[in-house]
Design a protein around this ligand. Structure first.
Ligand code: NAP
Length: 326
C-alpha cells in the first residue's frame, strides 16, 4: 500500500510517498481502508519534531481519517468488517490503510460522507471542548476568534454561533473574513490592516469581549487579552504564528481575566464521558445543519506535502482533505 512516510524529523520536503507493507490488526486494533483523511497544523509540526507528540521513526503523519473497516483484531467488539467509521489516529492516516486502536474509532455520523467525516473530529472537538468546557461561553456573550478562517477557527465560529454567542471573526485578509461572514460570523476584524484591540472594543461599545479563542499566538495574543472584558477568558489553543507569547500578568489582575489552556488530545483521557457527550452534541448539530466542515481543497497523497506547505504559510482556508485513491 502507498503511504506518506517521514523517515527523519525535519523539513516537510523530506516526506515521500512510498510502497510499504499493509498493516495487520493486533489485539484490540482494527485496520481501516482509508477513503479520506484531513490535514491539521499539528501534522506539519509533528514531522518537523516540533510537536509534543513524537512518534517512533519511520511513521506516516495524519491525525484523522474516515474509511471502511477491513480487518478486526482479537477482543474487538461493536466494530465489524465493513463498518463505515471515523478514526482519530494521532498519526498514520496519510496512507491507503491504517491500523488503529479500537478506542480511537467511532461510527461515521448519520448522513455524513467520508470527506466530511475525515474533516470534522479534531477541529470541532477541540473548539467545542475549548469554548464550552474550558471557556464556559454563555449564550449572549461575545466571542472573538483569531485565525478564524483556519481549521479550528472555522469550527470555533460555527460552534460559537450554535452556543448562542455573538461571534467576531479575526483573520489576515478580507477574502478569509468574507468566508467567516458566510459561515455565520456577526462581525469581522482584519488584524493585518486594523488595530485588533481598538476594533474589538469599538464593536463591543468599549466593554470588551467575553472570550477569545486563540490558535495563533505571536503578537496578536496580547492585543486580544487587552480587548477582554471584566471576567473575560482567553483560550490558549495554539501558536500557528510560531511564537509563544509572554503576557504581562497585570492584564489578568486588572479585570479579573483568566488565561485558560486547552489540550483536547489529553482532555479525552481525563474526561471520557464529557468527550462522548461532546461527540453526541456535534452529531446533533451536524444533523440540524448548524455545523459543517468547510473543505477548500481535495488532494492526492502525492500532493499532500505541497498542501502542508500552503497550510504553514497561511494560504489555506478551512480544511484540506486527502484522498488516497485519487
Ligand atoms: N490545543 C489543542 O487541543 C489543539 C488542537 C488542534 C489544533 N491546535 C493548534 O491550533 C493551531 C491551529 O491549527 P489549525 O489546524 O486550525 O491550523 P490552520 O488551519 O493552519 O489555521 C491556523 C491559522 O493561523 C493563522 N496564522 C497566523 N500566522 C500564521 C503563520 N505564521 N503560519 C500559519 N498560520 C498562521 C492563519 O490565519 P490568518 O492568516 O488569518 O492569520 C491560519 O488560518 C495550531 O497551532 C495547532 O497546533 C491545538
Amino acid at each position: 500500500m502507498k503511504a506518506l512516510i517521514c523517515t527523519a524529523y525535519g523539513p516537510l520536503s523530506q516526506l515521500s510517498v512510498q510502497d510499504v507493507p499493509s498493516p495487520q490488526a493486533g489485539p484490540g486494533e482494527v485496520v481501516i481502508d482509508v477513503k479520506a483523511s484531513s490535514l491539521n497544523f499539528p501534522d506539519a509540526l509533528m514531522v518537523q519534531g516540533l510537536y509534543q507528540v513524537k512518534p517512533p521513526l519511520p511513521f506516516s503523519p495524519g491525525a484523522e481519517l474516515a474509511g471502511v473497516v477491513k480487518e478486526v483484531g482479537t477482543g474487538v467488539r461493536d466494530i465489524v468488517v465493513g463498518d463505515r467509521v471515523i478514526a482519530s489516529t494521532g498519526w498514520g492516516a496519510f496512507a491507503e490503510e491504517c491500523v488503529v486502536s479500537v478506542d480511537r474509532v467511532m461510527p461515521l455520523f448519520p448522513g455524513m460522507d467520508f470527506e466530511l467525516g475525515a474533516a470534522l473530529v479534531l477541529t470541532y472537538c477541540t473548539s467545542l471542548h475549548g469554548l464550552k468546557d474550558c471557556g464556559r461561553l454563555q449564550p449572549g456573550e461575545t466571542l472573538l476568534v483569531l485565525g478564524a478562517s483556519g481549521g479550528v477557527g472555522i469550527a470555533a465560529v460555527e460552534i460559537g454561533k450554535a452556543l448562542g454567542a455573538r461571534v467576531i471573526a479575526a483573520a489576515s485578509s478580507d477574502d478569509k473574513l468574507a468566508l467567516c461572514k458566510q459561515l455565520g460570523a456577526d462581525d469581522v476584524i482584519n488584524y493585518t490592516s486594523e488595530d485588533l484591540k481598538k476594533r474589538a472594543l469599538d464593536l463591543t461599545g468599549g466593554k470588551g469581549v467575553d472570550v477569545v479563542y486563540d490558535p495563533v499566538g505571536g503578537a496578536y495574543t496580547e492585543s486580544a487579552v487587552r480587548a477582554l472584558a471584566w471576567h473575560g477568558r482567553l483560550l490558549v489553543i495554539g501558536f500557528a504564528a510560531g511564537e509563544i507569547p509572554r503576557i504581562p500578568l497585570n492584564l489578568a489582575l486588572l479585570k479579573e481575566r483568566s488565561l485558560v489552556g486547552v489540550y483536547w488530545g489529553d482532555s479525552k483521557k481525563h474526561d471520557p464521558v464529557g468527550h462522548a457527550d461532546n461527540l453526541k452534541q456535534l452529531a446533533a448539530w451536524f444533523a440540524e445543519g448548524k455545523i459543517k466542515p468547510f473543505i477548500s481543497e481535495r488532494v492526492s497523497l502525492e500532493d499532500t506535502v505541497a498542501a502542508m506547505e500552503r497550510l504553514t504559510s497561511r494560504q489555506v482556508k478551512g480544511k484540506v482533505v486527502i484522498l488516497p485513491e485519487a
